[in-house]
Write a protein that binds this ligand. Structure first.
Ligand code: SAH
Ligand code: SF4
Length: 390
């Protein structure tokens, strides 16, 4: 297991007087400039990026092609370490691994690796689910992160480091997919961990560009999905970006009154405004939008809700897909619907011509929904509080 010591780049603590540059948060051009300022020739940036992103070393001492003086300077003035791993859990299914990472200022975030076997639609995948904030300001009632409140934005380097962690692990120990393929790198990214990516727009976009750059992990924009609670200005900005990632909207209800019961953000951005922004997004990018719909038993899972949802999305029909997510039980007491209710919901959508899928349940035994491991660990540390979940 890799032991990552904390990066000092983002610290606010006064006991760490030196601020080392976080190389994981730099674009290639910034890396070139940083090395140039230290009198290094232009080709050094490519060498350095090669060691960080191709060789995936965690220690400057291993960068053998760099002069010893430069290695020593890097160790003094820069970091590629990322957050420290505090807890790692592997689900019984062997295909989901979840980390609780400790940032330099002691805050905790979660990152998940999900391994998917090949299907008729595509090859085997290693998908990393990253966090973009510590906590979240939007307070969705079914979401463990939302119940914590907002703490702070993550830096680009803290976002990239989550992916690097699993990139290093897969390199050391590739996953043997059932079809025999060896997966030794991260193939896909979903921005569906803790926090709201479009609330931390600039840092999220910078991290996306770093992860996409040819000198970096070179993960294709089409293999990245940004999930949002529906921040209209952010969706419109994203529509104008040259980097065309997949967009997922957390809808979770077919009308405003119902959505408001679980998602306070509806007051600021009603469903109509979100759908208008999605229309602009599809017009500008010609890309499909995925609508996530968390199924909450007895709340939003009846056939009439499926019909209303189909009606709502009908103007977008060809360019939308609904991803149904049976809720992961949290302290809030929501329960997922029965298999039968889920099938009926899907069938109603299908008959109305809405393409849909159900997110495979993953890692229930390791508290896989975002924020759940964090909640469990902080409760362990504060035993005077009531333990109301497993
Ligand atoms: N803030 C962004 C991205 C992080 S949440 C967003 O809300 O889209 C990623 C997804 O997990 C969202 O669709 C969210 O609604 C969903 N989610 C949150 N809590 C959940 C739970 N308990 N069970 C299942 N999905 C959950
Ligand atoms: Fe925040 Fe997303 Fe959780 Fe809502 S679902 S509280 S937006 S992380």
């Amino acid at each position: 297991m890799l032991d990552l010591t904390p990066s000092s780049e983002t610290t606010t603590a006064t006991d760490q007087p030196t601020t080392r540059a976080d190389l994981l948060g730099m674009s290639f051009a910034e890396m070139q400039a940083w090395l140039g300022e230290r009198g290094q020739p232009a080709f050094r940036a490519r060498q350095l990026a090669g060691w960080i992103y191709d060789s995936l070393v965690a220690d400057f001492a291993e960068m053998r092609t760099l002069p010893a003086m430069l290695r020593a300077q890097l160790a003094r003035e820069a970091t590629i370490e990322g957050p420290r791993m505090r807890t790692e859990l592997a689900a019984k299914d062997g295909r989901t691994r979840k980390l609780l990472l400790e940032l330099a200022d002691g805050r905790l975030i979660e990152t998940v690796l999900m391994l998917y076997p090949a299907t008729s639609e595509g090859r085997a995948r290693a998908t990393v689910c990253v966090s973009t904030q510590a906590g979240c300001a939007y307070g969705c009632t079914f979401c463990a992160t939302g119940q914590m409140g907002f703490d702070r934005h993550l830096t680009p380097g803290e976002i990239v480091a989550q992916v690097i962690y699993f990139a290093r692990e897969l390199r050391h120990q590739p996953w043997q997919a059932p079809d025999g393929e060896q997966i030794d790198h991260v193939t896909n990214l979903v921005f569906m961990g803790m926090g709201e990516p479009l609330h931390n727009y600039d840092h999220t976009l910078k991290a996306l560009r770093i992860l996409n750059m040819p000198e970096g992990l070179n993960i294709g924009a089409r293999h990245m999905t940004v999930s949002t609670v529906g921040l209209v200005p952010g969706i419109l900005r994203l529509a104008e970006e040259p980097l065309q990632v997949n967009l997922a909207i957390s809808l979770h209800a077919p009308n405003n009154a119902m959505r408001l019961r679980t998602m306070p953000v509806t007051r600021k951005y009603p469903i109509e405004a979100v759908l208008d922004a999605c229309r602009v997004y599809t017009e500008r990018t010609n890309r499909q939008v995925t609508f996530e719909y968390v199924l909450l038993a007895g709340e939003n899972d009846r056939a009439e809700h499926a019909r209303e949802l189909a009606q709502l999305l009908s103007p977008l029909k060809q360019l939308c897909h609904v991803n149904l997510i049976p809720v992961n039980a949290t302290a809030a007491g929501y329960r997922p619907p029965s298999g039968e209710a889920i099938r009926a919901f899907r069938e109603t959508l299908r008959r109305s011509g809405v393409s849909n899928s159900v997110r495979a349940e993953r890692g229930d035994d390791i508290a896989a929904a975002c924020g759940q491991l964090h909640t469990r660990e902080t409760r362990k540390a504060a035993p005077d509080r009531t333990e109301s979940e497993s």
